[in-house]
Write a protein that binds this ligand. Structure first.
Ligand SMILES: [Zn+2]
Length: 639
């Protein structure tokens, strides 16, 4: 997930929750503070939390699949600074019918000023409640109309079962304001509760624990969920469809369409073990259950770490668990991302980079160092590629995105994810694993349920790891890593042996030798991906046909390998791959695959541009806004 840039203030201690550890699920919700430090300021929200901030959201909503709308009420608890007369919320396209003050026993209508700005941020909704007590309660009656960008309403044909429609949301980074009127900024943590009605036989799931029994309302049912931990509002998520559940362990399980459930359960079978491994590394899992839902292929991301219910693309199902690092990644976000959250999108490396490192540690603990080192080496190469393409002095290659790097989707994955992970690995290798793990664990413990910034982690590293050791500070180069572009000289290098065999095979193939089909059969997914990246990218139709024949690329059930094959084929204007590429782009909505394939086509002259436009005309309406907005830019000639 690519993110933003923004102006970020430096340190100042965050006045977040004083209480740190909430391992008990029945523990009462913490009350978030009224005021936040400058760290939590977010240029991509209209909220003014220093004056009045939302601490709790209570939703009562009905899903309407015919009109593709969500309607009902959001009741907000607000903490207001004395003398504050209004609270500012974020909205993008919401139709607000009324706002009622419920602070006292007598409800009264409130005046709302919703300035329509219609930019990426949406519009500020100013609810004037006049003078009164510190704790306010307001009820907003509203509709999220068709076209709300967070929500994707799938027709039955877009599901595996083909009979019932499906709905899912994707809130990160700034899309939840299209269906929930709240302060939509990652530093403004909120507890929430939601009662959702949906037509039978659809089941609703959310990123919170289910409360009570499902209510039978005739042709509809109501489901209630609750999140008692304060979370960043982008983590409120919903899915509804014809889905079934399979337990994987005492606190883990997976939801999917019935047709997909068996394969989903096989692929996620190690999840309970992953939770145990993660806890052993960096402390207790604080969210109660860890369930997942495998969504239809239109889901725009690989995964989304919605608390208690990770959302997953079905494209990670390879039949051999070789892509289940995705589950390790989303699980790791239960610490880096959901527990300690980037205060705004200029620091999304704190979510993604730390998580990518953590993911690799889970993979290592469960599957051994060989797979972990290979995956780390692939990630290192991705970092090098992205930074080389952007230019090593490009400010966008710093972990902390500087002011002036535009928009909620800025930032390179090779930097935010991969350079962030290499930074963590560099510290680990410099100070030793035990010392590093102790530091990272205390970072999670001491910042649990709080927003964090680059300045805060730097300060913490200096205080708890460097401890005045100047020689160590020089070796670590912490500020270079966080604030300077490019790859610092002390970067932990990937294991040179990780791909020795594959690289040698690729070199022989490039020099004219036969395709290494015998070796290919025994290679890991990472090795196959490495080979596809290392083969000469300029191939004739005859060479591509023989490569495909030898390695069975068109028939692979591994979508990462299939993607690399399609990219190579399209980059060489290889007509025989077009039907498969079109089929892939018509079913899969994962941006990581879709946008680069269109980009490849657009780089191939009139041949490719014509194909890109023809295919996109058919597929655009099947994509989530996250994906279609990226492809729109590709077809418009931008990046
Ligand atoms: Zn992630």
């Amino acid at each position: 997930m690519r993110r933003i840039a923004a102006a970020l203030m430096l340190p100042a201690s965050l006045s977040a929750c004083a209480s740190v550890d909430a391992t008990q699920d029945n523990r009462p919700a913490m009350v978030a503070p009224v005021l936040t430090s400058a760290d939590a300021s977010d240029p991509f929200s209209y909220a003014r939390p220093q004056e009045a901030r939302v601490t709790r959201v209570d939703l009562d909503l009905a899903l309407d699949f015919a009109t593709k709308t969500v309607s009902g009420t959001a009741t907000l608890d607000v903490l207001a600074k004395p003398g504050t007369n209004a609270v500012v919320l974020d909205s993008k396209g919401l139709e607000i019918r009324s706002v009622t003050d419920l602070t006292t026993g007598t409800p009264r209508p409130l005046v709302v000023t919703a300035a329509r700005r219609d930019d990426d941020k949406g519009s500020p909704v100013v609810v004037g409640f006049g003078p009164g007590p510190e704790k306010r309660r307001i009820a907003i009656a509203y509709t999220a109309p068709a076209g709300a960008e967070a929500l994707q309403w799938l027709a039955p044909e877009q599901t595996a079962g083909k009979v019932h429609p499906f709905l899912f949301s994707q809130g990160q980074p700034t899309l939840n304001r299209t269906w929930i009127p709240t302060q939509d900024s990652p530093g403004i943590r909120q507890t929430w509760r939601a009662r959702i009605t949906a037509p039978k036989p659809l089941t609703v799931v959310m990123s919170g624990l289910k409360v009570g029994e499902t209510e039978d309302l005739g042709d509809r049912r109501a489901f209630t969920f609750e999140m008692t931990k304060p979370v960043a509002p982008y983590l409120i998520a919903i899915a509804a469809g014809d889905i079934a559940f399979q337990a994987l362990g005492p606190r883990t399980g997976v939801w999917a369409e019935p047709a997909t459930l068996k394969a989903a359960a096989y692929e996620t079978a190690d999840t309970e073990k992953m939770v145990a491994v993660a806890e052993k590394l960096y402390g207790p899992y604080r969210w109660g259950r860890y369930d997942m839902i495998v969504l239809p292929p239109a889901f725009p991301y690989g995964g989304m770490e919605n608390p208690t219910l990770t959302f997953l693309t079905p494209t990670f199902i390879a039949g051999d668990r070789s892509l289940n690092g995705l589950v390790a990644h989303e699980l790791a976000h239960s610490w880096s991302g959901n527990l300690v959250t980037n205060a705004n999108w200029a620091d999304s490396w704190l979510n993604e980079g730390v998580t990518s490192y953590f993911e690799n540690r889970i993979v290592e603990a469960l599957y051994g160092p060989r797979r972990a080192r290979q995956e780390a080496a692939l990630s290192f190469a991705d970092m090098e590629t992205d930074i080389a393409e952007a230019g090593a002095t490009n400010p966008e290659t710093a972990l902390h995105l500087p002011e002036g790097v535009a928009g909620p989707e800025a930032g390179l994955t090779g930097v935010i994810y991969d350079k962030g992970a290499v930074f963590m690995r560099t510290i680990e290798q410099t100070v030793g694993r035990t010392r590093f793990d102790d530091w990272l664990r205390q970072w999670f413990d001491n910042h649990a349920f709080q927003p964090a910034t680059s300045a805060m982690i730097l300060e913490d590293l200096n205080r708890n790891l460097v401890r005045g050791d100047t020689a160590l500070a020089n070796r670590l180069m912490l500020e270079d890593w966080i604030y300077k572009p490019g790859i610092p000289a002390n970067a932990a290098q990937p294991d040179p042996a990780a791909f020795a065999e594959v690289d040698a095979a690729a070199a022989r193939y490039a020099a004219g030798d036969a395709t290494p089909e015998a070796a290919w059969v025994g290679w890991t997914t990472a090795e196959r991906m490495r080979f596809m990246a290392k083969v000469p990218q300029d191939r004739s139709a005859t060479q591509l046909a023989s490569l495909d024949r030898a390695l069975g690329l068109s028939r692979t059930g591994n979508n990462e390998v299939l993607f690399l094959w399609l990219k190579l084929a399209l980059a060489n204007r290889y007509d025989p791959a077009l039907p498969l590429a079109e089929r892939f782009l018509s079913t899969v909505g994962r941006r990581k695959f879709v946008a680069p394939l269109f980009e490849t086509l657009m780089g191939e002259g009139e041949w490719g541009r014509a194909q890109a436009k023809r295919i996109y005309a058919k597929t655009r309406s099947s994509y989530h806004a996250v994906t279609s907005s990226a492809v729109d830019k590709v077809l418009a000639g931008g990046k």
